[in-house]
Design a protein around this ligand. Structure first.
Ligand code: SF4
Length: 325
């Protein structure tokens, strides 16, 4: 089957077989990318027009008890400045008037047991009062079902946990014990089952990653139907990341898809979320918690992003970007 036909079918039916995804990923000619962009843009406009949503990310802690190989926050890294924000400091950040205009706030940590379920629940109770209407999003790693339930009942709407890779062997190479591939996938299914708007995503550009592997990642997203997707770009092949974003947009027309590094090219490829950092810590974003927020959240940088988006025909939107509007 011609590649053009495959892309047309993906746009129409929102699924392909794993082999067909692989075929698309091995035929990355400029004309193929162009067709993917055009159809992805059409799908995005059907569901959210030209709006690109903002999310404010609070890097709650840079301390992680795990040692994932490719993560700048792994516990054995000497190059990560370690800190923890206290609940009071997080509340102070969220009290800023311009933060209150953002309708998505993400609290992100690695695996830091300092933040117990009880502590996060108390924080969520307060945030819920301060930020009514805001999509409160947690990216606080793997927890027990009871913990996820308690956090959901305290007002968390969304949870972001990247599977990183659905290839068990690769997962085990990158995530030494006691981390477990089964547990990561189990956590994702529990989150969805509880009712969270669940975000996931995978690493792009891991050394040795093949088209067949990426095809499996796409198939996983297609089966899992997440509410949002973050791709973590590990190398400089932006064109590959953007092709993947276009395919994901065709597969999940209504999804929130984050633009890695807030790149305009990723937005043109089909992404519709930009990340703003509410804290200084930007360089060592946890791999399991989504895209790095490279732009500081200040009124000036929001104005600059608004100009950049306007230059390519989009407008920024501070709303939560829920499926119902
Ligand atoms: S990927 Fe997540 S769990 Fe692993 S070291 Fe990084 S922050 Fe910790």
């Amino acid at each position: 089957m011609a590649v053009q036909e495959l892309i047309g079918r993906l746009a129409r039916d929102h699924w392909l077989t794993e082999k067909e995804y692989e075929m698309l990923l091995t035929c990355r000619f400029p004309e193929v990318s162009r067709q993917l962009r055009i159809l992805a843009d059409r799908e995005r406009r059907r569901f959210c027009g030209t709006r690109v949503f903002l999310r404010g990310v609070v890097e709650v802690s840079s301390i992680c008890e795990n040692d994932c190989l490719l993560c700048p926050r792994r516990k054995s890294s000497d190059h990560c400045e370690r800190y923890r924000l206290r609940p009071r400091e997080i509340l102070d950040l969220c009290d800023e008037s311009w933060v209150q205009e953002l309708d998505t706030v993400v609290l992100r940590t690695g695996y830091d047991t300092f933040y117990t379920d009880r502590m996060l629940c108390a924080l969520l109770d307060k945030l819920r009062l301060r930020l009514p209407g805001c999509a409160l999003t947690l990216a606080t790693g793997e927890r027990r079902r009871t913990g996820y339930e308690a956090l959901y009942n305290s007002g968390a709407d969304r949870y972001l946990l990247l599977e990183e890779t659905t290839d068990r062997e690769r997962y085990e190479q990158l995530h030494p014990a006691p981390m477990s591939w089964n547990r990561r996938l189990h956590c994702l299914s529990v989150l969805k089952d509880i009712g969270y708007q669940t975000g996931c995503g995978f690493l792009v550009g891991v050394p040795g990653q093949t088209a067949a592997e990426l095809a499996r990642e796409l198939k996983f997203l297609e089966d899992f139907q997440p509410h949002s997707v973050d791709l973590v770009q590990m190398n400089t092949d932006e064109a590959l990341t953007d092709d993947l974003i276009s395919m994901i947009r065709l597969m999940l027309p209504e999804a929130l898809i984050t633009a890695p590094e807030n790149r305009a090219g990723a937005v043109l490829a089909g992404a519709n979320v930009l990340s703003l950092s509410l804290t200084q810590e930007q360089e060592s974003a946890p791999r399991c918690g989504g895209c790095r927020a490279v732009t500081p959240a200040t009124p000036q940088s929001i104005a600059r992003l608004a100009r950049e988006m306007s230059d390519i025909g989009f407008e920024i939107d501070r709303g939560p970007g829920d499926r119902n509007g």
